[in-house]
Design a protein. Structure first.
Lengths: 162, 162
DNA sequence: ATCTGTGCAAATAGTTTGCAAAGAA
DNA sequence: TTCTTTGCAAACTATTTGCACAGAT
């Protein structure tokens, strides 16, 4: 019974993935509320990823105007605890959330300091570095974050003069 | 006249470096107030680096009890603008500040998720990765941050069972 | 029917800002 | 003396929390 037909959805979403995430909530005995469903949909719909709580609140409120910002925060926290989402901090004072993807290979973030847009870059180069650190520093690495700050292609073109 | 003898300093500090930083303030026409001097001293004294504003406030208040937290923030902001300090965000909800060092090679941060301590790791591996990104993504990189999260040596030893 | 989840409003924590007074040049 | 800098308190921003009610199971 978890998979009711999706209404009010503006684009195509991956129904299998949605179904799967709903099941994971079920398995943990979490209730499948309309707020949670709509937040999951919004996350699946989002192309760029990297949504902040406020971003999501704005999106989700269109279809569920009575939803509270606190609910969005609580749901994101819940999904992050379940490893459905990753919290990301790009240093702009708000946390952003990204659906946990393929564990196979990492991606890093390119953050444009001019327009704030976040790009991704696939790479596995860090694995060997991690192993070196584990040995040399005796530090058991659980996670890493690599961020590059700079000027994106688009903003470079707009730079005529300073 | 910038270099008055340092009193109330608990440890040895690099006087040349202190003198140099004072000069840089002068050159930018910034006033050399006792608050600024004492904050610079505290930064030079600190071994671990990675002090937060509140950390510094605590240290500095011992010698200058009337100092305001806002002054600490404003001074740190000023020093960061002058590239004397680097702002660092380790995801614990407060910014930390580190004296800008040798530009020659980078160091990365190992952040213990158990005790919060921050270790450093020297490495230049990222240069080739940066160049690859510049070309492939046409993204002009200005800065990067690489953080590893995990369990430090000390906390691993304390882990008897879960 | 039960107990989790929600909306609201108030609380928090780190940081920033307005303003009048202090003080470096 | 002049104009920057300071201390205080209030403002801000993102996020969290308490509580009574709504609602999923």
């Amino acid at each position: 019974m978890p998979l009711k037909p999706l209404h009010c959805v503006r684009g195509p979403i991956n129904l299998d993935r949605f179904h799967d995430l709903c099941d994971r909530l079920h398995q943990k005995e979490y209730k499948l509320t309309p707020q949670r469903k709509i937040i999951l949909q919004a996350l699946l719909l989002d192309e760029d990823g990297h949504l902040s709580a406020e971003d999501l609140y704005g999106i989700v409120k269109q279809q569920h105007p009575e939803i509270g910002l606190a609910t969005v925060y609580r749901t994101l926290e819940l999904l992050a605890d379940m490893d459905i989402l990753q919290k990301m901090d790009f240093g702009d004072g708000r946390l952003r959330y990204e659906l946990t993807g393929d564990e196979a290979h990492h991606h890093h973030h390119l953050i444009c300091t001019q327009c704030g847009k976040v790009y991704e870059f696939e790479d596995d180069l860090l694995d060997s570095l991690e192993q070196a650190i584990q040995k040399r520093k005796n530090f058991k690495i659980v996670d890493h974050q690599l961020k590059f700050f700079g000027i994106c292609h688009h903003c470079q073109n707009q730079e005529t003069r300073d």
